[in-house]
Write a protein that binds this ligand. Structure first.
Ligand SMILES: NC(=O)c1ccc[n+]([C@@H]2O[C@H](COP(=O)([O-])OP(=O)(O)OC[C@H]3O[C@@H](n4cnc5c(N)ncnc54)[C@H](O)[C@@H]3O)[C@@H](O)[C@H]2O)c1
Ligand SMILES: [Zn+2]
Ligand SMILES: [Zn+2]
Length: 370
């Protein structure tokens, strides 16, 4: 079929809206008519080259929609089912999937190439070239064809434009607090960077029963929003957050700190580790440029204070269990999704959406399809 897509042809280019060809699903694949796609910072990392994917690529990895057709052998979903697209596929069989770590599924190895797992042949094409898809999804198009491993069936009553956000930002942020940081009732937690991911780390810490949640961001609007999601204190930067946490905890410092800034940089690790107490845990969820090797870290204090520095992909969550779980919490009024969306856009306005993200105007921008 012919459809439209926002394509990145070269590093530093704007997203280019193209008419594209989309092939039908082969065995093991699912064609989805998308309702919405979130504008996550990770697609910006493709533009800057921080995440070195094979170009050209159809962007977008935070989507939800309705299954339009399935290829041979697909058993977990059928036409008409509502689905969230998970930015990490899960095969259910590899060592990681079978031990409760679906976020680390071996199929994740296909993410940077962005070429269909089933047969290595692009489903999207334009101007005679095959187009890869961001995280094997390509949600910057009203239609996409993805592997069954990337779709999670959901309750039909959940609005799809809100469900889309659970495909990346919500689960990543919530899980960064609940699973990766293992926030416990009564703890003090600092979340550094309040975008679509960080705000959900605030929300996860709050649901886990944190006593104090310090939201850190230079943009005053972000800090105001963080309070709606459970932040008890705010700070414009890590330096002032350190002084605040020192005062709040009588020098003990925070139990957990979570880094969710737009771009992780090595020099941010030392001030992040300064925020946590003895035995404290710092979680790095923000993505750094792949080539970056140098990190500022007081290694001496890390050892003597027994501090932990922990990475986290997809919030250490299991997409097949956690996406439905988070949507059930939303349905019961315990998880906020509606309040996450600051602005919505048409696909034509995807570049404006990213400019608004860079300008600090959005908690999350969302593309809505018909
Ligand atoms: N690990 C994962 O699985 C995963 C998944 C999704 C996104 N990410 C990454 O998480 C990060 C956040 O994504 P997002 O979509 O929320 O981004 P975003 O751009 O919407 O939000 C980032 C926020 O960080 C703030 N910020 C920037 N520098 C800061 C600093 N030094 N101190 C405090 N705040 C600062 C910005 O003002 C902004 O509000 C990105 O790096 C993204 O690629 C990781
Ligand atoms: Zn994302
Ligand atoms: Zn697996």
């Amino acid at each position: 079929m012919k459809t439209q897509a926002a394509v990145l042809w070269d590093l530093g280019d704007p997203w280019s809206l193209e008419e594209v060809d989309l092939a039908e699903p082969v065995a093991g694949e699912v064609k989805v008519k998308l309702a919405a796609s979130g504008l996550c910072h990770s697609d910006e990392h493709l533009v800057t080259g921080d995440i070195p994917v094979t170009l050209p690529v159809v962007g977008g990895h935070e989507g939800a929609g309705v299954v339009e057709a399935v290829g041979p052998g697909v058993t977990s979903v059928a036409a008409g089912d509502h689905v969230v697209l998970s930015f990490i596929p899960s095969c259910g069989r590899c060592r990681w999937c079978s031990t409760g770590h679906q976020n680390l599924c071996d199929l994740g190895a296909h993410l940077l190439a962005g070429v269909p797992i089933a047969d290595g042949i692009h489903r999207f094409s334009s101007k005679g070239r095959g187009l890869g898809t961001m995280c094997l999804l390509g949600t910057f198009s009203p239609y996409t064809v993805v592997h069954e491993a990337s779709v999670v069936k959901i309750d039909d009553s959940i609005p799809l434009d809100k469900a889309a956000l659970v495909g990346c930002g919500v689960t990543t942020g919530w899980g960064s607090a609940v699973y990766a940081a293992q926030v416990e009732a009564g703890e003090t937690v600092v979340v550094v960077g309040i975008g679509g991911v960080g705000i959900n780390a605030v929300q996860g810490a709050s649901l886990a029963g944190a006593r104090r949640i310090v939201a850190v961001d230079p943009v005053p609007f972000k800090l105001e929003q963080a309070k709606i999601f459970g932040a008890t204190h705010t700070s414009p930067d890590m330096e002032s957050a350190k002084a605040l946490v020192e005062e709040l905890t009588m020098g003990e410092m925070a139990d957990k700190a979570i880094l969710t800034v737009g771009v992780a940089e090595g020099h941010l690790v030392a001030p992040l580790m300064d925020l946590i107490s003895k035995q404290g845990r710092a979680v790095v969820t923000a993505v750094a440029p792949m080539q970056q090797m140098d990190v500022k870290l007081n290694l001496h204090l890390m050892t003597l204070f027994q501090k932990q520095l922990h990475g986290a992909i997809f919030g250490s969550a299991n997409p097949r269990a956690d996406i439905p779980k988070l949507l059930a919490l939303y349905k019961e009024g315990q998880l906020k999704l509606d309040e996450l969306v600051t602005r919505s856009y048409s696909l034509e306005d995807v570049n404006q959406g990213y400019q608004d993200m860079r300008d600090g105007k959005n908690i999350r921008g969302v593309i809505l399809y018909d």
